[in-house]
Design a protein around this ligand. Structure first.
Ligand code: PMP
Length: 360
């Protein structure tokens, strides 16, 4: 067996220790005689799994008691609808800061339910920067303010969080949740699709402040009402049980690594090396403003785009895969989430130097 270094933006690499543990437990979870995939979601075994996963997530993110943790389905894309359906609370308008493709999708969905104000947009320079507090034209009457904390495609990330006063801050953290400590109390709601830093796709996590629950529009579909899932402790219907189990193993792994402070140092070191390699060469370039660069998704271009195809092919031969950039940016993108080992980043940098020497 030989595993590659997988730089995919998502579904993305998972920690090998987690995959090995899941492999060892696949036929018989803890003497139950069955796979987690085969268990009733209401049995004592799965109850123990989901309760431990929630407790570990709460510990990792230091989630205050007045927040609920929900294990949902439908991806972050369903949250684009659940947020307005639940959080408008009779107000007809919301703020959405536009920092890229995922913000735009959230905005388009938001517009189906309310008037959308865009306090700032980075569209003018192809989303290569993050608006700062003094650039935000916030509406104090907005029901909430929505941000995309990390922009998976454009490779920008908030390194501060907007102050929105009494307006609840809502964050799509799909591509940087658990990569660094955050102060959950600054947010009304945080949501994330699992398939980058949490586990397999099919699981979506929402962390919601309890006073924002229970105010959905009266025609809200039952499954789209946060209250349904808060009241039923994420067991209103059958949750994505195997995804919850793998997420739980990832949370245990994160605790073993030293928690989110340690992950942030690790992620800074990995991203720092890669950005230095890019900045230190005339052959490669980063399109993103240095102060707004993502620690998770690192887009870069080759000075001669005619070499893109051979770069990707030769990288693949060395076991460095899924480096093709998104079509809206071009070039390459290395996604280096929590599970990407430093040796993967080192191998990529070695290859980049070698490729440059042979082609510059
Ligand atoms: N938001 C962000 C920041 C994302 O990166 C993605 C997926 N790549 C989504 C939302 C959409 O997530 P999903 O596919 O889980 O609906």
């Amino acid at each position: 067996m030989s595993r590659v270094f997988n730089f995919s933006a998502g579904p993305a690499a998972l920690p090998e220790d987690v995959l090995r543990k899941a492999g060892n437990e696949i036929l018989d979870w803890h003497g139950s005689g069955m796979s987690v995939m085969e268990m009733s979601h209401r049995g004592k075994e799965f109850t123990a799994i989901i309760e431990k996963a929630e407790a570990d997530l709460r510990e990792l993110l230091q989630i205050p008691d007045d927040y609920s943790v929900l294990f949902l389905q439908g991806g972050a894309s369903s949250q684009f609808a659940m947020v307005p359906l639940n959080l408008l609370r009779g107000k007809g308008k919301a703020d959405y800061i536009n920092t890229g493709s995922w913000s735009k999708k959230a905005i388009a969905e938001g517009k189906r339910y309310c008037e959308v104000n865009v306090p700032a947009s980075a569209a003018d320079e192809n989303f290569t920067w993050i608006p700062k507090q003094d650039q935000l034209d916030l509406d104090p009457g907005a029901a909430y303010c929505h941000i995309t904390s990390n922009n998976t495609i454009f490779g920008t990330e908030y390194h501060y969080f907007p102050e929105t006063g009494d307006v609840p801050l809502v964050a799509d953290m799909s591509s940087d949740i658990l990569s660094r400590p955050i102060d959950v109390s600054k947010f009304g709601l945080i949501y994330a699709g699992a398939q980058k830093n949490i586990g397999p796709s099919g699981l979506t996590i929402a962390i919601v402040r309890n006073d924002l629950v229970g105010h959905a529009v009266d025609w809200c579909p039952t499954m789209f009402d946060y209250k349904t899932h808060v009241d039923a402790k994420s067991l209103y219907n059958t949750p994505p049980t195997y995804g919850v189990y793998i997420a739980g193993l990832v949370f245990e792994w994160l605790k073993e690594q030293g928690g989110l402070k340690a992950m942030e140092e690790f992620n800074r070191r990995k991203a720092g090396k890669l950005y230095s390699a890019i900045d230190g060469s005339d052959f490669y370039a980063s399109p993103v403003e240095p102060e707004d660069r993502s620690l998770m998704n690192v887009p870069f271009t080759l000075s001669n785009p005619d070499l893109d195809a051979s770069f990707l092919e030769e990288a693949g031969e060395r076991g460095l895969v899924a480096l093709k950039g998104h079509r809206s940016v071009g070039g390459m993108r290395a996604s280096i989430y929590n599970a990407m080992p430093e040796s993967g980043v080192d191998a990529l940098i070695d290859f980049m130097r070698d490729f440059e020497q042979r082609n510059a």
